[in-house]
Design a protein around this ligand. Sequence first.
Ligand SMILES: [Zn+2]
Ligand SMILES: [Zn+2]
Length: 141
Amino acid sequence: MKKIMDEFKDLELKLTPQRLAILGLILDKPGRHPSAEEIFSKVKEDYPSISLATIYNTLDVLTKKGRLVEITIDSKKKHYESNLDPHHHIVCTCCGKIGDVWDEELIKKLPVSDVGDFEVQGWHINFSGICKDCREKQGNN
Ligand SMILES: [Zn+2]
Ligand SMILES: [Zn+2]
């Protein structure tokens, strides 16, 4: 928790127990991609008075400060992660689980140069598939 508090100092954010709880859920947990709603329901267990707006607001500030990445793989929900190393994502079409894609070759090929009238500033490839759990459930692994 000490480390997280130091990070908050660097970010010049007002330190509240709620914000610490949000950070605790998402920072230093590589490979996790919780949505704002998932974070909300977890933090609510300890801080029943917290609002979804506070969650969104905190996540937004952290994203703007470059401490979190917003993942737009799910058209219905925003997901967040603290792993800032460039990588791609795969989503299970069955249960919605999000996995990381660390394909060196693919990552090396990007970013591409300008596309048409656009100057490329970022890139992110979304894959879709069926996760191991779902394949096992379907009995055709
Ligand atoms: Zn699945
Ligand atoms: Zn990821």
